[in-house]
Design a protein around this ligand. Sequence first.
Ligand code: NAP
Length: 473
Amino acid sequence: MTVVATSFLQDRNFIDVCYIVAFSLFIYGLIQLRGPRTAVRGNAIAAVGMAIAVAATLLTPGMGNWGLIILGVVIGTAVGIPAALRVKMTAMPQMVALFNGVGGGAVALIAWVEFRNTGGYSTEPLYVAVASLFGAIIGSISFWGSNIAFGKLQELIPGRPITLGRAQQFVNLALAVLAIGLAVAIAAGSTDEVLIIGVLLAAALLGNFVVLPIGGADMPVVISLLNAFTGLSAAATGIALNNTALIVAGMLVGASGSILTRLMAEAMNRSIPNIVAGGFGGGGAVAGAVGAGEHEGTVRSTSAADAAIQLSYARQVVIVPGYGMAVAQAQHAVRELAKELEQRGIEVKYAIHPVAGRMPGHMNVLLAEANVPYDQLKEMDDINPEFPRTDVSLVIGANDVTNPAANTNPDSPIYGMPILDVNESASVIVIKRSMNPGFAGIENELYYDPKTQMLFGDAKSAVGEITEEVKAL
Ligand code: NAP
């Protein structure tokens, strides 16, 4: 009886059915990730799919080394679960970088192990060697590049661009040629292990040298790009190992990572080569940008009490959150203020720019944490037509995503970037600590608009003070 059950579970057809169920769940889970309402469920569904895929792989006949497999699962679980539970929302990009890097590293190591097991791929068809070597190069780049991205975001290494100067592009090209050259030698029949170690090392150096010159603030885009790379390398490993679930999962990660990278680059009005070329977002001002204090207009400042009066007499208020709200962790205070205004019959909406903050969905995540109803979160295309009939736009720690220069000044580095048209509302209140620029390092014309009033201070305390004033009215 036990033998029949075991042979059924290890039957190739049964394992294939498990894989089909697994990647159907991946795809269904991914579809659910499209909206904040269904995203948590989508994540859980995809996780169930992954559990089925892992179980099916472990059932594959010939599987051995159970001690090592169990050790790996125990270590992974012991590290992964507490890390995922403890991570702060603002540290999520580096967490993703770390997990993504581990995936790339695993792919690179599998390519090396397969090299050893198959006598330098000599017992395998050519396509297996090519797929494994592709996985070795891209996986190694992804592992090391992701580690640098993690280090920059975690401030373990400086966020500013670190470059080799003019030699940078030459060194990168030389490393790429070396990695590909050694891989070609292996595919052509060389079985010396030094060659695969050389491939892994050259790709490792390349991963470091490609990411080090990119500024810390561009890391979310880089992580998304490396995530796409890891997906492609995992798909290549799936081809080499004849594992359908790995091919499908790898392609899903590769495709979704590529789409996310392109969307982020478009929303920042930057090209992907421009981001990878580095030198932007390192904290310094951008060439040609206007530094703080160089504008010749007048800035009007206001007080929490005046802001409270304006807000209390409005019919519609649009809250525009940005990176400063995340830094100040002001989301709960913002929700309190919105509740207070709603109790007075004022309609409150939130304008969400796709690249507000420092990671995709940054504002959605923070506002969801503060229990802001999803239907009040309006995407850029939906809220922009509403600004002309908005009485007060309350900009909380957002800067670049509201800068009208993106529409009006062809010399601006952000010219062409889609923005939230807050300057079209009847009046604008901006909460930030100073006249300092945001991520792009440029001045914001909005602050000199006669309709705009600046409330200088930390977002959390300023919003708290406004709420107290509103309550006192
Ligand atoms: P931003 O342009 O970087 O401006 C944020 C503003 O918040 C700053 O001007 C700062 O001014 C203010 N601030 C900081 N700490 C504050 C605090 N404690 N209280 C109040 N204000 C505070 O932010 P954004 O408008 O959200 O735009 C995002 C930028 O990041 C865009 O340029 C985007 O391209 C880029 N980016 C986004 C992503 C993404 O995936 N979301 C990824 C990479 C890059 P003070 O110092 O004067 O307070």
